[in-house]
Every structure is written in structure tokens, then in C-alpha cells.
Design a protein around this ligand. Structure first.
Ligand SMILES: [Ca+2]
Length: 110
């Protein structure tokens, strides 16, 4: 059972009891206004999980600045191979994200 956290005051988020649940994310790394196939990452979420870890390979050269991220939660991984389109389960969320360049040896949040 996984779901995105609902906004405060909006009750429970989407739920699924199917296994495996899939979380797929896209980040518009090249700022072209599209979620391209190489900008995709996916992870499986176990039943009752409330988090999932997505890892992307950052295209070179990396670009910085504001861009968009799309997250899709679905009961079946094949339902989230595209950033758009119909799915019989889950939810889609878009988030504005900021891409920054870290200096060599720097860790996020330091
Ligand atoms: Ca793109």
C-alpha cells in the first residue's frame, strides 16, 4: 500500500494493495519542456511502503536552474512507461525542482 502524501487537510492519499507497486519519475534535465525517455527513473515499492528511492543518470553536460519533475505511482510498472497516458491505478504529480551544480566533494545539504 503506497501513496503520495496528501496536502494538509485533504485526508488520505491514493492507495493500492497490489504488489509490486511502481514509482516512476522524470526530470526535464535538458529543459526542453518534455520528459524524454533518458530522463526516466523507476523503483518498486513494497506493500505498506511510504517511500521509494529513484536514481537518475544525469545527462552531460548538466544544466542548472528550475525545471519540472513528474512522478507516477501505479500498481503495475508497465502502466508508467510513459509520462502521459491512461492508467487504471495510481496518481500523477508534477513538481517544480531546482537543479544546482555542486562543487567536487560537496554533499547536498552541506
Ligand atoms: Ca527533457
Amino acid at each position: 500500500m503506497v501513496g503520495f502524501e496528501p496536502p494538509p487537510g485533504h485526508g488520505r492519499g491514493p492507495r493500492t494493495d497490489r504488489i509490486p507497486s511502481s514509482v516512476t519519475g522524470w526530470i526535464d534535465f535538458n529543459h526542453n519542456g518534455r520528459f524524454d525517455p533518458l530522463e526516466r527513473a523507476t523503483a518498486q515499492a513494497a506493500k505498506s511502503a511510504t517511500t521509494a528511492k529513484l536514481s537518475w543518470t544525469i545527462p552531460q553536460p548538466p544544466r542548472t536552474g528550475p525545471t519540472w519533475m513528474r512522478l507516477r505511482l501505479t500498481a503495475r510498472a508497465r502502466a508508467a512507461v510513459s509520462p502521459t497516458g491512461w492508467s487504471d491505478s495510481g496518481e500523477v504529480e508534477d513538481h517544480r525542482v531546482q537543479l544546482v551544480r555542486l562543487s567536487a566533494g560537496a554533499a547536498p545539504g552541506r
